[in-house]
Design a protein around this ligand. Structure first.
Ligand code: NDP
Length: 381
């Protein structure tokens, strides 16, 4: 029997890699649902290639185009937020790959969790915004959350079922991004093109900017806290420019386990899909002799204040991580539009967080309220 999979955000960097993995693993995997935001052309091609039961496009403007381009297929074509939620919950998937970028991933991912589907989670923003809600929902429904983020996939493999009490430290590795060696005084002149040039990974634009500010690592700290039930003081970041060691776990007995590999997201995606089994893959092999040496260093918190902001929001908990995430999404979008400087990204997040007074608790309504408040506030800033 083949495993049925729905991919939310199938037209993005992770979505496209996931479809390559599924193709290689065929016929053990079958695609039953696909979604996109606006890219009707790519989505239609995917529908023609994979023949899912359902496909949905968020923006209604592109619905007629998608309908026309998929004419003659038996796929049910949907649109709007309800369409995405239907693909997540009603397409008959055993597993849902959550690969939408940003807060938009929360509702469909939560729907899939509530229906008891296993989740391959790339959309870290879902856990950052609503970690408690997501974890509780998964516990209630029996849904398993399997990390796709390469760092969390590494930690997951190192832990291999160990209890949180056995963990002394989780060490999340970070490449350091394109500005690791740039003098702090030159940060205000960083351009969009420079920030979009990641030294080791090819990814969508939002996560690439998050990697340049190191907010990506901050979000990953919060993600790790919820995925592995480990308190913040036990989660550290180490800069590792080669991006070969994807993360490490130090256990209470002093043993440190690491997971290594080439920088190809097909490896962690495939592991989430086939877990607990492994399947052969034609990915590029890691040649340690050619790699030669590996470096590790401390992050520079003065250059990259986003790391501190993420730890602070994570420690406060409740709705603070949702505010951090929303302010970051707004600031990154403005930077990509060329409307603010690189250095204004952390400044906007910090101001938004400092003006936020948590009047709501951390339930879903409170989180969504905090998200809206932070977007409005950050936009004004
Ligand atoms: P991309 O920008 O490449 O793709 C995003 C996907 O989500 C596209 O399918 C896009 O559709 C869709 N989308 C965008 N906005 C919305 C919206 N408002 N509502 C519904 N769908 C939307 O992102 P990535 O693939 O790089 O990243 C996806 C997620 O995975 C992020 O959370 C990221 O942090 C995480 N991740 C990514 C890694 C990577 O290597 N890329 C590594 C680890 C984690 P359309 O094409 O139509 O715009």
């Amino acid at each position: 029997m083949s495993k049925k999979i729905a991919i939310l955000g199938s037209t993005g960097s992770i979505g496209i890699s996931a479809l390559k993995v599924v193709k290689k693993l065929s016929p053990s995997f079958q695609v039953v649902g696909l979604t996109a935001y606006r890219n009707a052309k790519e989505l239609a091609q995917q529908v023609r290639a994979f023949r899912p039961k359902m496909a949905a496009i968020l923006d209604w403007k592109f619905f007629p185009e998608l309908k026309a381009l998929t004419q003659g297929t038996s796929t049910q074509i949907l649109a709007g937020a309800e369409g995405l939620v239907a693909v997540a919950g009603e397409s008959g998937a055993d597993m849902v790959l959550s690969a939408i970028v940003g807060a938009a991933g929360l509702k469909p991912t939560l729907t899939a969790i509530e229906k008891g589907k296993d989740i391959a989670l790339a959309n870290k923003e879902t856990l950052v915004m609503a970690g408690d809600v997501v974890v509780k929902a998964a516990k209630r429904s029996g849904s398993r959350i399997l990390p796709v983020d390469s760092e969390h996939c590494a930690v997951f493999q190192c832990l291999n079922g160990s209890s949180p009490q056995d963990v002394h430290k989780i060490l999340l590795t970070a490449s350091g991004g394109p500005f690791r060696n740039l003098d702090r005084r030159r940060f205000s002149g960083i351009t969009r093109a420079q920030a979009l040039k990641h030294p080791t990974w090819r990814m969508g634009p939002k996560i690439t900017i998050d990697s340049a500010t190191l907010m990506n690592k901050g979000l990953e700290v919060i993600e790790a806290h919820y995925l592995f039930k480990v308190p913040y003081p036990k989660i550290d970041i180490v800069i590792h420019p080669e991006s070969i060691v994807h993360s490490m776990v130090e256990f209470v007995d002093g043993s440190v386990l690491a997971q290594l590999g080439t920088t190809d997201m097909q490896i962690p995606i495939q592991y989430a899909l086939t877990y607990p089994k492994r399947a052969a893959s034609p990915v590029k092999r890691l040649d340690m002799a050619r790699v030669g040496s590996l470096r590790f260093e401390e992050p520079d918190h003065r250059k990259f204040p986003c790391v501190r902001l993420a730890y602070e929001a994570g420690r406060k908990g409740g709705t603070y991580p949702a505010v951090l995430n929303a302010a970051n999404e707004v600031a990154v979008r403005r930077f990509l539009e060329g409307r603010i400087k690189f250095t204004q990204i952390p400044a906007i997040i910090e101001k938004t967080l400092s003006r936020y007074r948590a009047l709501t608790n951390g339930n879903l309504d409170g989180i969504l309220w905090a998200d809206r408040w932070a977007r409005a506030h950050a936009s004004n800033l």
